[in-house]
Design a protein around this ligand. Structure first.
Ligand SMILES: [Zn+2]
Length: 275
């Protein structure tokens, strides 16, 4: 089972999946005729794949296809050995090469963009923890200048790109940070810790996705160097607080709480997230 809300790790894993088809020539169809300019990319080779946070860019010939899956978008992959039916009306783009056909359904954004427009989209995004050597200084300054809650700031893609609802909850629990702490109270050291832990979780998430496993954080080494806690008992045992409201925290025994923050449900433990 995969969680239905793509975070940065999902997009990175999808990017790798596309990269396996680099240099293949693709027929591109939009059954709903809803992607202007798609005909310019039709019949071209896939030459480059780029990801930035939750954004995926596929280069066909001289242009890029920009895709943001949002919460419900998906690619459906098929080998060409399977019969290819007529696309359903909800298919935004069908990609057909000699080896595969892929249907893109339900993205919040799909558009043909040029190099300049791609740069413009990326300039609005913060640093991506999955990019080695990413410049963290701008992200740290923006975060520390804000009075908004850290739980909201971690979801702000213009500060750090790629963290979604699962990982904001897990990151804050792992570093014992109260999600309502304002950005102005986050020290340099704590920012660095959160950044490195975000990378660790996102990289683990890429591996989970590739193995078709649920996103898990239980068992990953904690930032304070303590031993990973044993898997906790409950309806979801692969996360520590995410979707575990009302269950006991594995670290302190207090009950995990939930509340709305940034339009999504936040989960945290009031017993041990006190920083
Ligand atoms: Zn706790």
């Amino acid at each position: 089972m995969r969680d239905g809300m793509p975070e940065g790790h999902t997009i990175r894993a999808l990017g790798d999946q596309w990269l396996a088809h680099q240099n293949e020539r693709f027929v591109l169809e939009s059954p709903s005729h809803s992607v202007p300019g798609l005909q310019d990319l039709d019949g071209q080779e896939l030459t480059e794949v780029a990801t930035h946070g939750k954004h995926l860019f596929l280069r066909f010939g001289q242009g890029w296809l920009h895709v943001h899956l949002g919460r419900f978008g998906r690619f459906y992959w098929h080998e060409r050995t399977r019969t290819m039916p007529e696309p359903r009306a909800i298919v935004r783009v069908r990609f057909i090469s000699e080896s595969i056909w892929v249907d893109l359904v339900g993205p919040i954004a799909v558009a043909v963009v040029n190099e300049h427009q791609k740069d413009e989209i990326e300039s609005r995004l913060g640093a991506d923890p999955l990019v080695k050597g990413a410049d963290t200084q701008a992200a740290r300054r923006q975060l520390q200048a804000s009075k908004r809650a850290i739980g909201a700031l971690l979801m702000d893609q213009s500060i750090i790109a790629g963290i979604g609802n699962i990982y904001r909850a897990e990151l804050l629990w792992r570093s014992r940070v109260d999600p309502y702490t304002p950005g102005t109270s986050i020290s340099d050291e704590l920012f660095e810790q959160l950044w490195h832990d975000a990378r660790l979780l996102l990289e683990a998430g890429v591996r989970d996705y590739q193995a078709n496993e649920p996103t898990h954080t239980v068992g990953l080494p904690l930032p304070d160097g303590s031993s990973p806690l044993p898997a906790v008992f409950g309806k979801r045992n692969h996360t520590q607080v995410y979707q575990r409201a009302g269950l006991e925290c594995a670290r302190c025994g207090a009950l995990v709480q939930q509340a709305e923050m940034s339009g999504r449900t936040l989960f945290w433990c009031p017993g041990c997230q006190v920083l």
